[in-house]
Ligand binder design. Structure first.
Ligand SMILES: *[C@@H]1O[C@H](CO)[C@@H](O)[C@H](O)[C@H]1NC(C)=O
Ligand SMILES: *[C@@H]1O[C@H](CO)[C@@H](O)[C@H](O)[C@H]1NC(C)=O
Ligand SMILES: *[C@@H]1O[C@H](CO)[C@@H](O)[C@H](O)[C@H]1NC(C)=O
Length: 363
């Protein structure tokens, strides 16, 4: 097998000196780069033959014996001409137990046991910078933390009949590692819709809401996504009967970019409600199903949060919340103590949001 995981330890003294010299530039950098990063682990996807366009290849690398075991960021390099999308996940275990395999049939659902999907690279997104987690966040790898593998999933848009003809291997993932235990761990909550958008709909709304019942966490980043029928996505957190707007945007504007929340992360406490609503226009005579296919629609709000690393057992995997788009949950009044705020929002929106107003709100 051609893959390798190489530990590259850099001289700590040099890092310390650099850290001292660089305190100023680190402070002025909007992304806080931890000065404790002292190691990089490079994982290379080997030159493999890919028979068909639109293929998914997965690769698993054991990470139980790394000297530096806290991931604090990563970098992804791909050959853009062949790879369309690549994602990185950390897992306790995975189903196939192969090193390199075709994973089209179960892509996005590879891990078993504890898992964290940390993000990836997307040909549609604008920023391809290194991803550094905020200063105090780490993903602890190793047996004690039930994180035994890094899984890389590459979506090849092109077939690669002759891997030798490529200018190198198709993808590299570099993990930035530290030895220092970080105060917070990392996880996501994913809100999405099922059901369908009816035919002849000028303005159909899919709503999802979720009452938080776990330990407090801090949201610092979000991602929204729809396909072509999406006109507007609104994301809120409701606390103490007060709504906090996370985002209100035209999903086409930046539908493949994760957005860092300005200022302090937003705390979510037990009893708070997470909510998303997507508005669609489908004037065609056919209904459109929600799903992951290219012809399907999506209503997605993904929040990345940090939480006390001592509470590691609270979030063994991402929280996934799905609501049928035919259910108008924002006004259902069933069990969501604070649903009234969202329902009020509904009436506000019904009376006010003409397309012109939407544009004004987004600007
Ligand atoms: C991955 O890293 C190797 C070794 O540094 C390099 O030769 C190769 O070009 C890299 N591949 C990509 C896609 O950047
Ligand atoms: C990378 O990050 C820097 C600083 O945050 C930003 O100015 C630059 O536009 C980013 N580059 C890309 C390609 O997004
Ligand atoms: C929310 O309400 C509770 C109980 O009424 C109160 O203790 C808390 O301070 C309030 N929080 C905020 C952020 O207003």
């Amino acid at each position: 097998m051609g893959w390798t995981a190489i530990d590259v330890s850099l001289c700590k003294l040099i890092m310390l000196l650099l850290a001292l010299i660089c305190i100023q530039c680190i402070h002025s950098n909007p992304i806080k780069v931890s000065t404790e990063v002292t190691s990089k682990t490079l994982i290379q996807m080997p030159n493999i033959q890919v028979d068909k366009p639109d293929s998914y290849k997965c690769m698993a690398v054991p990470v139980t014996d790394l000297e530096f075991s806290n991931v604090v960021g990563f970098r992804i390099d791909v050959i853009k001409e062949v790879i369309h999308h690549l994602s990185v996940a950390f897992c306790e275990d995975y189903k196939t137990h192969q090193t390199l395999w075709d994973c089209k049939s179960n892509h996005g659902n590879i891990c078993s046991g504890r898992s964290i999907a940390s993000g990836g690279w997307d040909g549609y997104s604008k920023g391809h910078n290194d991803t550094m987690f905020p200063e105090d966040i780490g993903i602890h790898l190793g047996k004690d933390f039930k994180m035994n593998y890094v899984i890389i999933e590459a979506h090849f848009k092109q077939a690669v009949p002759d891997p030798g003809a490529l200018k190198g291997n198709p993808a590299n993932v570099t993990l930035f590692m530290t030895k220092k235990s970080q105060k917070y761990s990392y996880q996501k909550v994913i809100l999405y819709s099922s059901g369908y958008i009816p035919a002849f709909s000028e303005d159909f709304k899919a709503e999802v809401s979720y009452k938080w019942e776990s330990v407090p966490v801090y949201v610092y980043e979000y991602f929204v996504h729809t396909h072509n029928y999406g006109q507007l996505v609104e994301g809120y957190i409701v606390k103490n009967n007060t709504k906090i707007l996370i985002t209100m945007e035209n999903p086409k504007e930046r539908s493949h970019d994760t957005v860092h929340i300005e200022g302090e992360p937003i705390e979510i406490r037990p009893g708070d409600i997470l909510a998303v609503r997507c508005s669609y226009r489908n004037i065609a005579p056919n209904k459109v199903l929600f799903g992951t296919g290219g012809a399907d629609e999506m209503c997605n709000l993904i929040l990345t949060f940090k939480y006390d690393a001592k509470e590691i057992d609270s979030f063994p995997e991402a929280i996934k919340v799905s609501t049928n788009a035919q259910d108008k949950v924002w006004c259902s009044g069933d069990g969501h103590d604070q649903g009234g705020v969202l329902c009020g929002l509904q009436q506000e929106a019904d009376s006010k949001t003409s397309p012109e107003n939407i544009n004004r709100l987004i600007m």
